[in-house]
Design a protein around this ligand. Structure first.
Ligand code: HAM
Length: 415
């Protein structure tokens, strides 16, 4: 009997891992182009950090945390997201300062105890960025454009931006009041969680997934209609720039994110190639969080991409042609002498930086050629007994099927 992988988690097998490497490398390259530097934080943090930042009444904190006590009785939690840990680390190491712009990125696993379904796992991965120190709407636009740049580098199509503004400390009380007024008449017909939220955090009602609450939520007031002048101006500037940069977006007044820390801009990037869990990326501004976690007031904005969801889109064949081959060279050999020569050439090719492999199972030449094809080799060097005795090998271009005879003393040059 074998053990199986824990519910809601999955093994990434070698073939898919190639896509992961491409995805992660592309994220790193794109983030670096805009001057983001990597930060790596522990997989677990104090439970309090997440409760304080994401919000006690959110689903993430109240239902989905992998919380445990260590041997000294400290309450720790596997990170459900990375924004709070980045703020924590940024403050702890003085990377975040109110008078300077700090740009950080991360890639790694996150953990939420959710009901597993397509596109939703208990261990999943995010790549994200966080920018600290600027309230400029251009930074909001920069992070949204980073998403677009990434998708276009991965040759992905069918993505659109959903954007909203959730206001700030100044306009939030009015919005909260309007929500309370709206929901109070029907709250008895809504779920127990919403009844609790009405008192403690009415904004969270908007994120309720219960079917019986939906009709009341649909008619609820929208945050964009209660924005203060500053938030209105900020949102207008973001929209104008998105228009200017020809980003495909819709203002979605109903967009509420599952985390409490957002202020002003919040957005999600939706793929038309996924099912119900179609948000591949989510983020927004969180101008109060740094101060909330003990720092000086410092505006901030960021996003995180769900890498499993992006991999699904990559796998669905919605990409333009042009995926890189996986191997530069395969060396097929027949007979012991050829095998040894082939191995020597293989090592030399790799030293030159070419990806290369050969057969190690003593398969027939025909089977080796099939394997080369399966591996997506660009070239195959065929070293047969007869040919070697005559003093040459054959180099085959797998795309054109053109074969060239190469003299033994020139083989090293061509591999
Ligand atoms: P989030 O919307 O909770 O935001 O997660 C971001 C993305 O992670 C989602 O759009 C989705 O693609 C992916 N994701 C979330 N939960 C799961 C899951 N259970 N299984 C698979 N994928 C999932 C945040 O986490 C914020 N920290 C983003 C942010 C950064 N805001 C500002 N800075």
């Amino acid at each position: 009997m074998y053990y199986s992988v824990p519910r809601g988690t999955k093994d990434i097998l070698p073939e898919e891992a190639l896509l992961w490497q491409e995805l992660e490398q592309t994220c790193r390259d794109i983030f670096r182009l805009s001057n983001y530097l990597e930060i790596r934080t522990p997989i677990f943090e104090s439970t309090e950090l997440f409760a304080r930042s994401i919000g006690k009444t959110t689903d993430i904190v109240s239902k989905e945390m992998y919380e445990f006590k260590d041997r000294k009785g400290r309450s720790l939690t596997l990170r459900p997201e990375e924004t709070a840990p980045v703020v924590r680390a940024g403050l702890e190491h003085s990377l975040i300062r109110p008078d300077q712009v700090t740009k950080l990125y991360y890639i790694g696993p996150m953990f939420r105890y959710e009901r597993p379904q397509a596109g939703r796992q208990r261990q999943f991965h995010q790549a994200g960025v966080e920018v600290f120190g600027s309230a400029d709407p251009l930074i909001d636009v920069e992070v949204i454009l980073l998403n677009r740049q990434l998708f276009s580098a991965l040759r992905l199509k069918g993505l659109s931006v959903n954007i909203n503004s959730v206001g700030c400390k100044k306009c939030r009380p009015e919005f909260r009041k309007q929500l309370k007024d709206h929901f109070k008449y029907n709250i008895n017909k809504m779920c127990a969680d919403c009844q609790n939220r009405l008192e403690h955090n009415p904004l969270r009602i908007l994120d309720c997934k219960e079917a019986k609450c939906q009709k009341y939520i649909e008619l609820a007031p929208a945050s964009v209609d209660t924005l203060c002048d500053e938030c209105k101006g900020h949102f207008g500037a973001v929209i104008k720039q998105l228009d200017y940069h020809q980003v495909k977006f819709v203002v979605n007044k109903r967009l509420v994110r599952g985390l409490d820390y957002y202020t002003k801009t919040s957005f999600e990037i939706i793929s038309s190639n996924l099912g119900a869990q179609n948000a591949v990326s989510g983020g927004g501004r969180y101008d109060d969080l740094v101060a909330e976690l003990g720092g000086k007031p410092t505006p901030a904005v960021g996003f995180a991409i769900g890498l499993e969801r992006l991999i699904e889109v990559m796998k669905k064949g919605t990409r333009d042609e042009g995926r890189g081959t996986q191997l530069d060279l395969f060396i097929a050999t027949l007979g012991d002498k050829a095998r040894e020569l082939g191995f020597d050439l293989l090592i030399k090719a790799r030293q030159k930086g070419r990806s290369a492999d050969m057969d190690y199972l003593g398969k027939a030449l025909k089977t080796q050629l099939k394997l080369a094809d399966k591996l997506g080799a660009k070239q195959v060097l065929i070293l047969g007994e007869d040919e070697l005795n005559k003093g040459y090998g054959i180099l085959k271009d797998m795309k054109t099927s053109k074969q060239t005879e190469v003299r033994i003393d020139s083989l090293e040059e061509v591999v």
